[in-house]
Design a protein around this ligand. Structure first.
Ligand code: ADE
Length: 362
């Protein structure tokens, strides 16, 4: 893959291209980045690339001639057709989906603007598309060009060591990534969620999927509203409820975990034991569904209070309390909790409170 970068500040790219995985990818020949100094395509002694705007107004406009000559020289340099992209806050917002498309192209020319913008005739004649990296304004297109190069490069086969780290990260399947932990097991009083230490792959996968969903709902609910989400999620996780062929493959485990249940017109994602995967989807309708399933006559104030306390504990610690801790967490006698949830406090109460199964609960 070839990137041609048209800029008046080629020096800005030096250390960006000389360090880290990108430098390795360049050395391996996975991609090539050609830096083209627009001032090399000027014809006056001052190497002028900008001029005052017709119609007046503040700021300067990039002249069309150096841009056109620089681009033409690059287009002639190889047979490969190039996609010409102008980086501007006025472009379409860059997304992971767009990056996946770009990563299939043989050659991309990135045109970096400075000043107020560039002569519209250059854009009309030579630019295929305009891309923005977000709703904020930078001094020029160089940093956005680096963003495009890095984000595309890491999608090229052979760039990342493990295919997996690509699949699971934020945005690649339309959800934000789950949290990560490493040693030590307790850091400044905060423990790693027990479930990650359990070695139980299916439960770990369910926990992570639930965390991804909850985080997406909290931080970027707009992502959940996108019509392509279902297709993207299915592409990575498989179809909800699809049969399991090989229990060892983590992707297939996730597929099995993407079940849903419906009650009174609402749909809830659940794990293979029927625990709600996204604690934020918990609502009175869910409580009513569990009441019916658990054969409980009526939801009392005590049920409500117990659920409130269990959810508060979960929010603080990231895990539901174990059965043996429930009396401490809630102040209720264990016998009384059993009266409220005859099938057992661990499963019944936590399920009704919309939490995962507590550790050590059969
Ligand atoms: N140039 C200046 N700001 C930009 C942005 N947000 N995206 C792309 N190019 C830009």
């Amino acid at each position: 893959m070839i990137f041609d970068v048209l800029t008046i500040f080629p020096g800005l790219f030096a250390s960006f291209l000389a360090e880290s995985l990108l430098a390795k990818a360049l050395a391996k020949g996975l991609l090539t980045v050609n830096l083209i100094d627009l001032r090399d395509f000027t014809s006056d002694p001052h190497r002028t690339v900008d001029d005052r705007p017709y119609g007046g107004g503040p700021g300067m406009v990039m002249k069309p001639e150096p841009l056109a000559l620089a681009l033409e020289s690059r287009l002639k340099a190889s047979q490969e057709p190039a996609r010409v992209i102008y980086l501007t806050p006025a472009g379409h917002t860059l997304t992971q989906k767009k990056l996946r498309q770009l990563a299939t192209l043989p050659k991309i020319a990135l045109v970096c603007g400075r000043y107020e913008g560039m002569d519209q005739r250059f854009l009309d004649l030579m630019v295929d598309e305009e891309l923005s990296i977000g709703d904020y304004v930078l001094n020029g297109g160089e940093v956005p060009a680096m963003v495009v190069i890095e984000a595309v490069a890491r999608l090229l086969p052979g760039f990342l060591g493990q295919g997996e780290s690509l699949i699971e990260e934020s945005h690649s399947h339309g959800l934000l990534e789950h949290p990560h932990y490493t040693r030590p097991p307790v850091f400044r009083g905060l423990a790693v969620p027990q479930i990650l230490l359990s070695g139980h792959h299916a439960q770990v996968a369910a926990y992570r999927l639930g965390e991804s969903m909850a985080k997406t709902r909290r931080v970027r609910p707009d992502l959940l509203a996108r019509p392509e989400l279902e297709a993207e999620t299915v592409a990575v996780l498989g179809r909800p409820g699809a049969p399991l062929a090989d229990h060892k493959a983590p992707q297939k485990e996730l597929r099995a975990l993407m079940k849903t249940v419906e009650f009174n017109g609402s749909t809830y994602p659940v794990d293979d034991e029927g625990f709600l995967l996204d604690a934020e989807l918990w609502d009175p309708n869910w409580v009513e569904m569990i009441r019916v399933n658990e054969d409980i006559d009526e939801i009392t104030d005590d049920h409500q209070e117990l659920m409130r306390l269990l959810r508060a504990h979960h929010q603080e610690r990231g895990l539901p309390p174990r059965v043996r801790d429930m009396t401490m967490v809630t102040g209720f006698k264990l016998k009384f909790i059993y009266e409220l949830f005859p099938s057992g406090p661990g499963k019944g109460a936590c399920k009704m409170a919309g939490l995962p199964k507590p550790e050590g609960c059969a």
